[in-house]
Write a protein that binds this ligand. Structure first.
Ligand SMILES: *Cc1c(COP(=O)(O)O)cnc(C)c1O
Length: 430
């Protein structure tokens, strides 16, 4: 499989190079030259296959021969080494929990897959790689955890000061070793912009910079696994399926749509956002106007200009009419999100997190408009304990802190404050 740049101004390349570079030299995102189709027999037998077998078959064509079969199987097995439960909330609505991994966020799957792939692909090279990553909250922890102790890789995380939850901050500032956290005086989009600038900066070309945001194909593509896993659990319902995806940078929902291009029988997707709603507005008006980021209680979705939207546009060849047949978009403010947390709790005692609650709202609104009988899934992208403040205040309830988080919380934060790009560059060159 070759990958080309969506800016069409640099050479196509193979998986290894796309992963090590992160972003093409013309600053474009990489996209696979074709989207392979899985045979019907794969879907007919999916309930009899193990999760690693399913994941291997999905990802293999994208990796090509650049990671050998046994190694790739080992990577997906380690990556997916936890559960993905479906919790039914009503007769036709369920939550798919993607947060059972080590940092309690769905990003663990992409981060673990990428860390293992990159370590393997770089093992025979004598040069260190620097992974530069911007986080609105959850990416930092997942990437730090995934890459901790990986030889030959240094990880530098940029996060917006005061705009991530306490638990999120601890997860990305307490690990040490090859992980460094830079605390940026700004919002997420400032962090993301600095990362993109660093990639373009010829003065940093000696550093082998790469990205561990969902712009990197090794972070983005493994997110397809969730939708196949969800389908496998719900196939027996024999209903049309709709997945509502709480969206920020739009890597996750884009991966789901990629899955359907490979043949996965999911009928519809919903991009559910907070008030950072560039994509729902695009779906309404056909015009894409990113705006500055607004802070919300679902902070991992506080993205004004989502990077992966261009990949979604590519899948539909920039045709908004085609896109709307597969994708709907809805936005909700914090008040509505809190109400939804309560509503879900009142329905069956389920404690959602603010991102999942936004997903639930999008799903409910979509289902209310349908004449056909759908079964709907909203993705629970983070454990509610990661957003303890809003969940506790809204539900007037204590959420028990999982054992694996307690030791992280007791450690001391170590970060380096920076204000602008020149300070980032100075740090990297040091
Ligand atoms: C990152 C994140 C999202 C948004 O995912 P995208 O792929 O960036 O759209 C949603 N919820 C949580 C909890 C996240 O960490």
């Amino acid at each position: 499989m070759k990958y080309y740049s969506l800016n069409h101004n640099s050479k196509s390349t193979l998986f290894q190079d796309a992963v090590i570079r992160g972003l093409a030299s013309d600053r474009g995102l990489y996209f696979p030259e074709k989207i392979p189709k899985l045979p019907q027999s794969f879907f007919d037998n999916i309930e009899n296959m193990s999760i690693p077998d399913i994941a291997y078959k999905i990802i293999k064509p994208y990796v090509g021969n650049q990671i050998l079969k046994e190694k790739l199987m080992e990577i997906v097995s380690e990556t997916l080494d936890f559960d993905f439960p479906i919790v039914e909330i009503t007769d036709n609505i369920a939550a798919l929990e993607l947060f059972q991994g080590p940092t309690l966020a769905f990003k663990d799957v992409g981060a673990r897959f990428m860390a293992r792939s990159l370590a393997h692909l770089n093992k025979d090279k004598n040069e260190n790689i620097t992974v530069l990553v911007a986080t609105s909250g959850d990416t930092g922890g997942a990437v730090a955890n995934g890459f901790l102790g990986v030889k030959g890789v240094n990880v530098v995380i940029l996060y917006p000061k005061g705009k991530v939850s306490e638990i999120q901050e601890k997860q990305l500032t307490t690990l040490g070793q090859n992980i460094t956290a830079l605390e940026v005086d700004g919002v997420f989009d400032d962090c993301q912009e600095m990362v993109k600038t660093a990639f373009l900066d010829n003065g940093l070309s000696s550093l082998n910079l790469t990205s561990a945001n969902s712009i990197n194909v090794a972070r983005w593509l493994p997110q397809m696994f969730y939708y196949f896993i969800g389908y496998r659990s719900l196939k027996h319902k024999n209903k049309k399926l709709v997945f509502s995806v709480p969206s920020g940078n739009f890597g996750n929902v884009c991966a789901g749509i990629m899955g359907t291009q490979m043949g996965l029988p999911i009928d519809h997707f919903i991009a559910s956002t907070n008030v950072n709603d560039a994509v729902p507005r695009y779906l309404e008006t056909g015009a894409y106007h990113p705006k500055a980021t607004i802070q919300t209680i679902s902070n991992a979705m506080d993205v004004g200009n989502p990077s992966n939207f261009i990949r979604i546009q590519k899948i539909f060849n920039n045709d908004v009419v085609k896109m709307k047949k597969i994708l709907s978009g809805y936005r909700y403010n914090d008040e509505e999100t809190k109400k939804a947390l309560k509503e879900i709790y009142d329905l069956n005692g389920y404690v959602a997190d603010p991102h999942g609650a936004v997903g639930y709202l999008g799903l409910k609104e979509f289902l209310a408009d349908q004449k056909q009988d759908f079964f709907g899934v909203f993705l629970e992208t983070a454990h509610p304990v990661k957003f303890l403040d809003s969940v506790k205040k809204t539900l007037k309830l204590d959420v028990e802190i999982p054992e694996r988080l307690k030791s992280t919380l007791s450690k001391e934060k170590v970060s380096i404050p920076i204000e602008d790009y020149s300070e980032l560059k100075a740090y990297l060159l040091n």
